[in-house]
Ligand binder design. Structure first.
Ligand SMILES: Cc1cc2nc3c(=O)[nH]c(=O)nc-3n(C[C@H](O)[C@H](O)[C@H](O)COP(=O)(O)OP(=O)(O)OC[C@H]3O[C@@H](n4cnc5c(N)ncnc54)[C@H](O)[C@@H]3O)c2cc1C
Length: 409
């Protein structure tokens, strides 16, 4: 146990990583003080709903809460919202907060996530989506009849916002710099099929667009691209990725490389300080090197792993990352690195309600994407994690990946 039984654990960040760490500490029997500090004024909520359910005017914000308000005091977790950790002093084991107070710690967990990346050019009145209040601001605009929305960025969040806006009645245009929507997330046949789903719904999709500037014309925003094209919209959403909130860690002397570098026990380069979730760069369980993963389930598992490590009870973190996206009522799941392998096997039509796409490197599975086949996606995570060699005979014709995993076990 690295923290005294009656010590104090301070957690910066009330996202899923921080909140799960706090709960896990208590559930594992830690009797000391747990202070959960969040810059967001809202208590912990389900961030994936920000680009989906929370964009619908009729969806009550309380339904997005991770736990009822009473859960935190019941667990004796000192939840403090709307307060930011401004600075860390690892030598004194203290953090300075933006309300002017200081707090000592026996262990500190940094679960500070990230913030939306900017385009580098000013876009007047542009919306970004990270926090619950971002969704509340945008949904008032989306509720206007006939509103025209331009989404800059065709990754997961951009395409989810486009789907939510279209489903709510908006006219939507997506401007993507790459050759396809979701190009960095899914292998080409899958991303091409998902792009087709958007086009079939009437979403205007323009790829190869580098937005270089914007101005205001008659109350609307005009977006200009490097090749001279222009688009005019009532509202613009910029969804071009995130930047990790690692500045305080860097200033405190922790090793930071586009995220706070941790080992397989969520330990940073400074004793007593841990990091987890979107902000942490951790050893990839499947490939060589450190990675940062921006998925809900990873952040949850990583937060739990950090809590176990703080209590000195951890096993090395070896979860195979996976995520999902829900667009137009259809959920697509992905595991591992679907874009990383040399070979792709697709079973079914990626535009249909059920399909499975497997990415292989030699005879090893390194990534998978699926819709309507959740058991097989779970089997894929197992196969990716074990690195078992797969028999080609089992990967021809209709695939049953649950049986393949059983045969490989
Ligand atoms: C709009 C949106 C939709 C998503 N949809 C999906 C999805 O469908 N599927 C999926 O798998 N993943 C999805 N994700 C990704 C997933 O939500 C994240 O990976 C996950 O929420 C990260 O959790 P986290 O706790 O690491 O960080 P965060 O959720 O970012 O939480 C970090 C918290 O720390 C706070 N903070 C920052 N700095 C400080 C400081 N100095 N002091 C105190 N507090 C601080 C922030 O305010 C924030 O509340 C989505 C993400 C977004 C933004």
């Amino acid at each position: 146990m690295t923290v005294p039984a009656t010590g104090r654990v301070v957690i910066a960040g009330t996202g899923i990583a921080g909140a799960t760490a706090a709960e896990t500490l208590r559930k594992r029997g830690f009797a000391g003080e747990i202070v959960l500090l969040g810059a967001d004024p809202a208590p912990p909520y389900r961030r994936p709903m920000v680009s989906k359910e929370l964009l619908a005017a009729s969806f009550p914000a309380e339904k997005a809460l991770l736990r009822p308000a009473t859960a935190w005091p019941e667990l004796r977790i000192d939840l403090r919202t709307g307060v930011r950790v401004e600075a860390i002093d690892p030598d004194a084991a203290r953090v300075a907060l933006d309300d002017g107070t200081e707090l000592g710690y026996d262990a500190l967990l940094l679960a500070t996530g990230g913030r939306p990346r900017t385009l580098g050019v000013p876009i007047p009145g542009a919306f970004t989506l990270r926090d619950r209040h971002d969704a509340v601001a945008l949904r008032d605009v989306l509720a206007r009849p006939g509103v025209e929305v331009a989404v800059v960025g065709g990754g997961l969040i951009g395409t989810e916002v486009a789907a939510s806006a279209q489903a709510g009645g908006a006219r939507v245009t997506i401007l993507e710099a790459g050759p396809r929507l979701l190009d960095r997330v899914f292998p080409p046949p899958v991303s091409a099929a998902l792009e087709q789903v958007h086009r079939a719904r009437g979403v205007a999709v323009h790829t190869g667009v580098a937005v270089t500037g914007a101005d205001t014309v008659s109350g609307c925003t005009r977006l200009c691209s490097a090749d001279g094209r222009e688009w005019i919209a009532d509202a613009v959403v910029v969804a071009v990725g995130m930047t990790p909130n690692d500045e305080q860690a860097r200033a405190a002397g922790l090793r930071v490389e586009d995220g706070i570098v941790v080992d397989e026990f969520c330990r940073t380069s400074v004793p007593g300080v841990y990091a987890a979730g979107d902000v942490a760069r951790f050893p990839d369980p499947v490939h060589v090197g450190h990675v940062r993963v921006e998925h809900w389930n990873h952040a949850q598992s990583h937060g739990a792993a950090a809590a176990a490590a703080i209590l000195g009870e951890a096993a090395p973190y070896r979860e195979v990352p996976w995520c999902w996206t829900t667009q137009y009522g259809r959920t697509v799941q992905a595991a591992g690195r679907p874009g990383a392998g040399a070979e792709l096997i697709v079973d079914g039509d990626p535009g249909a309600d059920a399909f499975l796409a497997l990415t292989l490197a030699g005879d090893r599975l390194v990534g998978a994407v699926a819709a309507g086949r959740p058991r097989e996606l779970r089997a894929a995570r197992t196969l990716i994690g074990t690195g078992a060699g797969l028999s080609r005979a089992l990967l021809t014709g209709p695939i049953d990946l649950v049986s393949v995993a059983a045969a490989a076990a």
